[in-house]
Design a protein around this ligand. Structure first.
Ligand code: S6P
Ligand code: ZN
Length: 190
């Protein structure tokens, strides 16, 4: 066994970034193509191809049992049609791996769903610690006017299954109607 040394990374609480982190993933609209319900609105915005969110990896540990990795995600404010900007969303490839989210700034929704289609909504405001239990797919959505940022800590071997969400989406959509945030059924959900 190789003994790893403890370490500390600072999260910038003002903006939710991890300065000097190991990696930054940038997700533009083109990376989320096909995920928004209003495909006409999506196509209209594609030439502009805005950045939807960034993921700042604080620690990407070896993908083995017992290790923890952590990151922050900053989702920018905006909508495609009436649907707020969101993350791609995934199940963990190892479905029995849980995850913890801690909201740093802004406001948003953690939308969870089982493979059987049961949906759950957690409201995220600064200070909210939300648990993603094993087997729940998860997507985060910026329902506010400002950037929405949260910290995530997860087993390093959890992995990602994006395919199921990319194919079927979530059973519910989070939209703005008449200036209010609403959850509506996804008309394309089978
Ligand atoms: C990883 C964790 C987050 C997301 C990030 C982006 O298990 O849930 O770090 O990766 O919020 O979301 P997505 O769906 O694009 O990976
Ligand atoms: Zn996850």
């Amino acid at each position: 066994m190789t003994l790893m040394l403890p370490f500390t990374k600072m999260v910038d609480l003002a903006n939710g970034t991890i300065p000097g982190g190991q990696d930054i993933q940038v997700r533009h609209l083109a990376d989320l193509k096909g995920l928004f319900a209003d495909s006409a609105a999506e196509s209209a915005l594609l030439p502009e191809n805005p950045v939807i969110y960034r993921v700042y990896l604080g620690a990407h540990q070896p993908e083995v049992v017992g290790q923890l990795s952590f990151s922050t995600t900053v989702i920018y404010p905006g909508k495609v049609g009436e649907e707020y900007f969101f993350t791609k969303g995934h199940y963990h490839a190892k479905g029995d791996r849980a995850e913890l989210y801690f909201c740093l700034r802004g406001e948003g929704i953690l939308l969870l769903q089982t493979r059987e289609g049961e949906v759950n909504v957690q409201h995220m405001t600064p200070g909210a610690a939300a648990l993603v239990p094993p087997y729940w797919g998860h997507r985060t959505i910026n329902t506010g006017q400002d950037e929405f940022a949260f910290f995530a800590c997860y087993p390093s071997d959890a992995g990602y299954d994006y395919a199921a969400i990319a194919e079927k989406g979530f059973a519910s959509l989070i939209v703005e109607r008449d200036g209010k945030t609403e959850m509506i059924p996804n008309p394309s959900w089978l």
